[in-house]
Design a protein. Structure first.
Length: 366
């Protein structure tokens, strides 16, 4: 039987952090940097005087104390009890006085404010998925399983008239923005192993999201899919962590190979083919679908896809499955890149594109 396997970074299904809608790239990067800095500062215990001064500066910069202000992120505290800080006069430039003296002194978190995605963009995301019509589809940047289920039934199925998937699964991962790695399948998902608790030597999580091991029963025989979404290249960083993630995936892959020869590694690795993380994965004997003779097209999967630098998404196959590949394709028409290729007629701008990633797929004779 022929089975189509695909991977697709959906860039969220219904709701996306408002900061990503900012048209100014420099401003968007600054907000995300400040958000990450505040998250890191608030996790310290105790807070030094310098920590408190910087946190107060960020709180005032983004008016986090003002519930009526338009803010890119907020500090949430359980049941609305202000256990972190209180404000003092003057009202237009309040004094920030910290009640908690470290992470152990308060309960709460920092959260990016989300906004609904343009309905046309949501439909275009479903259109990409319908056009690919994979039997097993790994998806990145999914909010949660119920969101994936609603999208599957209400948009892909009811609104678009596509074929909804009978099986889906998402486990919440480590990303504070709530973007997770999930799966849609036409074959039963018989087991799942999560790796959100895998740690680096310093005790921090290895995976920015997760590396779920999905076991899928294809015609009664298990097929293992290791799903990934490595640390982003935002601000040019994350290289060391992506390498650590690749090394851990290699260990997970080799352990899975002890159970079965039918193990795939897939997802958005946020790095180019010549990078250390991707080279580490290839050293196991895994081969990427886009290097198969059956693929014809541009080398990338992100934005225009014109160069290797745009290659971020991968479908890796072990030697036992490599010779079974019949066809490899990339569905780009959900991306808005008018100077590079023709998009769907419903994709008319960055605001209405399905994602800035293409969907990568391969057909296997199993």
């Amino acid at each position: 039987m022929t089975v189509r396997i695909a991977t697709y970074n959906t860039e969220n299904l219904f709701r996306r952090p408002k900061v990503f809608a900012l048209p100014d790239d420099k401003q968007r990067r600054q907000v995300l940097e400040d958000y990450a800095e505040l998250v890191a500062l608030l996790d310290r215990d105790p807070y030094t005087e310098a920590d408190q001064l910087r946190m107060a500066e960020l709180i005032k910069k983004y008016r986090l104390y003002d519930d009526n202000a338009e803010r890119p992120f907020v500090i949430n505290e359980t049941r609305g009890v202000h256990t972190l800080y209180r404000t003092g006069p003057p009202a237009d430039d309040p004094r920030i006085e910290f009640v908690a003296h470290g992470r152990s002194g308060w309960t709460g978190w920092v959260e990016l404010v989300r906004d609904d995605i343009d309905w046309t963009a949501v439909r275009n995301t479903a259109r990409v998925i319908a056009e690919v019509d994979a039997d097993v589809l790994l998806v990145q940047e999914v909010e949660d399983r119920l969101t994936l289920q609603r999208f599957n039934k209400q948009v892909l199925g009811a609104a678009l008239g596509g074929r909804p998937y009978p099986y889906n699964m998402v486990i919440d991962g480590n990303d504070t923005r709530g973007i997770d790695v999930g799966i849609l399948s036409r074959h039963p998902i018989t087991s799942l192993r999560s790796h959100i608790f895998d740690q680096r030597p310093d005790g921090r999580p290895v995976f920015s999201r997760d590396c779920p091991e999905y076991e899928i029963a294809v015609d009664g025989t298990p097929l293992w899919l290791l799903g990934n979404h490595f640390k982003s290249q935002l601000h040019g960083g994350g290289a060391e962590l992506r390498l650590a993630q690749a090394e851990r995936v290699v260990a997970i892959y080799e352990a899975a190979r002890a159970r079965s020869a039918r193990v795939l590694v897939a997802g958005d690795l946020n790095d180019s083919p010549g990078s250390a993380p991707v080279t580490t994965l290839r050293a196991t004997g895994l081969r990427d679908a886009m290097s198969h003779p059956g693929y014809r097209g541009d080398p990338g999967t992100h934005h225009t896809g014109r160069s290797d630098r745009d290659k971020l998404d991968y479908l890796f196959f072990p030697p036992e499955l490599w010779e079974r590949i019949q066809h490899v394709g990339v569905e780009r028409r959900g991306i808005w890149a008018p100077r590079a290729f023709k998009s769907f007629e419903t994709v008319t701008s960055k605001a209405t594109e399905a994602s800035d990633h293409a969907a990568l797929y391969a057909d296997l004779d199993l």
